[in-house]
Design a protein. Sequence first.
Length: 114
Amino acid sequence: MAQQDWKSRLGVVYSTNPDFKYETVQEQEADTLPPERQRLTVRIDRRRRAGKQVTLVEGFVGRSEDLAALARTLKTRCGVGGSASDGEILIQGDLRDKVVALLTSMGYNAKRGN
């Protein structure tokens, strides 16, 4: 199935060599640091969101699966929606104090930003 993925080969010229195999470069994800070594910053953001406030947790170093699991835990405990991508967790609403308290109780080094 991976060889039939045409979107990853969009810029490739056709080859007449029957033994040609298209290889994509896969980036290695960094291993997830233990919670006590993570330095997370919790801040509020209003940009590009029509004036609505969201809480951003930045600075997570690790695999995207671990980031998604942490985001799921925070969203569940806060009772709100959100998302996780590019090393950031987005929580809907201004919940900086609650998120910092949750992260420190989980063993993370979290500090409140602006």
